[in-house]
Design a protein. Structure first.
Length: 245
């Protein structure tokens, strides 16, 4: 049985302030938790689960601290509208040093605010083999529960960094920078690349002018219908599908 103090502690991890203080985040659901348990980069500290889930996943649990709880207790600690069998408390990743953009594809996000978009973009990056995302400091928090859930486990395989984008981009010498922009070149005509930086902008404002000036190449997704814009995650997926080899 979980004591009130433990329930309150787990609930506080739904807030960015407390996640940063503790260096932890929450992951929920059988698929996501199992992926994190099996990922080399993830350090799962504690697992709170229904007994039937524990019985089914004993081989994956190893030395992880396991606490069997009731459905009512799971509802109290869960961040989900419909809790799903298991919740894990996970150590945040080491993201002090951004890997060089040389010899790989780096996705850059300029003030992407929606947690669902960020989580989906992380998952899309994983699909296309992109191992690094660099975000502006004002972008959504990668450890927001909605972000974590949307990644479906890809958060363990894609490194996400936060930095002052203008300074970082200005330091990237001899690397092609592509910015998604409505007035850009048709992305379907661009030669596929193995190295480069691809910038996706804010959901409503796009890429800020100061960032856009640092991109030598502007690209766009050709529009056939009348929609004014695309969801940031959808745009990222389409661009990566055309430009990444």
């Amino acid at each position: 049985m979980l004591v009130k103090q433990k329930i309150k502690y787990i609930q506080t991890l739904g807030q960015k302030k407390f996640r940063e203080e503790e260096g932890l985040f929450i992951a929920e659901g059988p698929k996501l938790v199992k992926e994190l348990l099996e990922a080399d980069a993830a350090s799962v500290k504690e697992v709170y689960a229904l007994q039937d889930w524990i019985d089914e996943n004993k081989k994956s649990l190893n030395k992880t601290v396991i606490i069997a709880i009731s459905e009512i207790e799971l509802e109290r600690i869960s961040q989900l509208t419909t809790p799903n069998k298991v919740l894990a408390i996970v150590q945040q990743y080491e993201t002090d040093k951004i890997v060089s953009a040389k010899d790989n594809i780096t996705l850059v996000l300029d003030d992407v605010q929606d947690p669902g978009n960020l989580g989906t973009i992380i998952r899309i990056a994983d699909w296309f083999g992109v191992r690094q995302i660099v975000c502006s400091n004002n972008s959504a928090d990668m450890y927001n529960p909605k972000v974590v859930q949307s990644t479906m486990g890809s958060i363990a395989r894609v490194k996400v960094f936060y930095t002052h984008l203008e300074e970082w981009l200005a330091d990237q010498k001899n690397i092609n920078i592509y910015a998604a922009s409505l007035d850009g070149e048709d992305v379907t005509t661009i030669n596929k690349i193995r190295e480069g930086i691809i910038i996706i902008g804010n959901e409503s404002k796009g890429i800020s002018p100061s960032i856009l000036t640092l991109a030598a190449n502007k690209i766009t997704i050709p529009r056939i219908g009348e929609a004014e814009s695309l969801n940031a995650a959808v745009a990222a997926g389409i661009i990566l599908s055309h430009i990444v080899t």
